[in-house]
Design a binder for this molecule. Sequence first.
Ligand code: ZN
Length: 318
Amino acid sequence: MAVTVFETGDIEVEFECPVDPDDLLFPNVYVGLEIDLLSPGDGVVTDRHHASADRYEADDPMNQIGGQISPFTLSGWLRHGCEAVLQEAGATACHPGEPNADYMRAETYERDLESGYHEKGACTDAHDAGCVVYDLFGGFGDQPGKLLRRPVSFSPIRRQVDVLDGEAEAHYRQLSSQVRSRNDEDGGQPLRQADRDVLGNVEGTWKLTLREVKPEFVGLLVEAVSFLDQHSHEFAFQVGGARNFGAGMADAWVVNPLYSEDEVRRVFNRAQDATQAMERKDEIWRSECRNAFVRALQARTAARDGDLPMPAQGGDGS
Ligand SMILES: [Zn+2]
């Protein structure tokens, strides 16, 4: 088993992990997801050629389609949550776009820079690692992010889903919608047909891996995922497309990093409830651990933005 060592070089407060770091799931972070309807903006990669929607029969094994949800859709959603957490704290985040890009709407980009964003990479002038969003998600070509974001593999068959591998149960459909003529004389003939890939009842994990385990990264991820969960019905924080149709409203949480791998599996096993040991770990995470990571985030943010308060040394921050 790998030994976890926290990298604390970018924060100026003492970071003490209240539990043995080797008892934590890091460098992996599991984001639990429950999404009734998901329409990934860039489509779904399925593992076979499949029947068209009108020939679909749910009990035909040939139609039990698995595949992958693209990490781009999920990454953009998570990044947006991270930006919002920094902005709520009074700091700015890296703009996701390159500063020299040819924007369709230059004035809109300028407005972004006046409301909670700085030019991508501008934060590296003062501090090599840049802001925490830059550090986590990566900067320009040669500057990889410290967060590995995988696709989520899905299957409609629950026993084939391994949540420790970042997999989910989900049911794929290709939906066709038609725009029909409104003119009586034309008898409502179809004018246009559009196909859309959707997944129903997504339930499982998105597995993230930190290439460097900095405590402020953990703090940002737990805060961002909780923000996204609380704002899941807002257009801006839904994930993927078809948002006006209720797609992409995600119940999301970071699976307790204190859990063992068996306990992570148990969370998603409908036949089993949480054990007392898991409930005890939930209490320890809530009361002793989570805040230590969030304080590290506050310290990193304050170090870059001198107007923000540094968390009190040794305080519990509550
Ligand atoms: Zn930045």
